[in-house]
Design a protein around this ligand. Structure first.
Ligand SMILES: Cc1cc2nc3c(=O)[nH]c(=O)nc-3n(C[C@H](O)[C@H](O)[C@H](O)COP(=O)(O)O)c2cc1C
Length: 259
């Protein structure tokens, strides 16, 4: 194994943090790192048999973001080894890891390990608050160390991933971030970084609700704090959601069944 790569979707940087932590525990230099949430990311490479790729996505409605599916189904693994990871906001990851591993197999990756980690919920930040925390960071590093060893081994056996086929139907999210006309300085950062171009450069305090995927990137990149979720609907859903999903979940780590 000569090269390590990272290929991930991260709108509010939680998935990126998990990927970076795993990558730094692997005994290989990081040759490429692509965030497919960036509209202007570098072209997706074709990988080769002597490469390893950490592929990570956040969980959206128990699935993986459709934008990530569009990109991942264009990638050629050519027998590269993959570490499959999903990051979810302490509710559940449902069929997301199964969906990710199915895609990677179809794209000719050889998956050596898989994991579901927990990050702060990007819509309801009172759920999974400040995660990954110290305990998660230790588990991420440990996972990376084990993966580092697995990359040097010929591993028989399969991974038992939870989930069902057909996958859960993605229902969408009925709330979208909005901008404050008073706070917005029209700097264009959110316009540029929105993965689906749902913010207009003329009136960046508005959001195109038909296009918006509620990923929260506009909120996290706004230095003026001018964008956020608000309104009665958001507050009501948030209260119920927070009450239902505050109980701490722990990461699931899956290695091939024969080790
Ligand atoms: C549209 C949307 C749907 C989500 N659905 C789920 C879900 O089904 N289960 C869950 O536990 N977290 C869910 N989350 C929370 C994210 O998976 C979590 O916050 C993740 O860490 C975000 O990753 P990022 O910071 O890399 O963008 C959802 C977040 C968004 C934006």
């Amino acid at each position: 194994m000569r090269k390590l790569n990272a290929l991930y979707f991260s709108a509010t940087s939680t998935t990126r943090k998990c990927v970076t932590t795993v990558a730094s525990a692997i005994n290989l230099p990081l040759a490429s790192s692509i965030n497919i949430a960036d509209r202007n990311h570098i072209p997706l490479p074709d990988y080769s048999k002597d490469e390893a790729v950490i592929v990570a996505v956040p969980v959206y409605g128990g699935r993986i973001p459709s934008l990530a599916v569009d990109k991942l189904t264009q990638v050629k693994g050519n027998g590269a080894k993959a570490i499959a990871m999903v990051v979810y906001g302490n509710r559940d990851y449902d069929d997301a890891l199964l969906e990710l591993t199915d895609i990677l197999k179809a794209q000719d990756f050889h998956i050596i390990a898989a994991a579901a980690f927990i990050g702060q919920h990007s819509i309801f930040p009172k759920v999974g608050t400040s995660r990954p925390d110290n305990s998660d960071m230790k588990k991420l590093s440990y996972f990376g160390k084990i993966c580092s060893q697995l990359l040097d081994m010929e591993i028989p056996g399969s991974l038992k991933i939870k989930g069902n086929r057909p996958y859960k139907k993605y229902g969408g999210v009925p709330v979208h971030p909005e901008g404050s006309r008073e706070k917005c300085i029209t700097c264009g950062t959110c316009v540029e970084l929105c993965p689906v171009a749902a913010i207009n450069s003329e009136e960046p305090w508005k959001t195109n609700a038909d296009t918006c995927i509620s990923c929260g990137r506009c909120i996290s990149v706004c230095r003026q704090g001018a964008r956020n979720y608000k309104g009665i609907k958001y507050n009501l859903i948030g209260t119920v959601f927070t009450a239902a999903f505050t109980k701490r979940k722990e990461p699931d780590i899956i290695y091939p069944s024969k080790i």
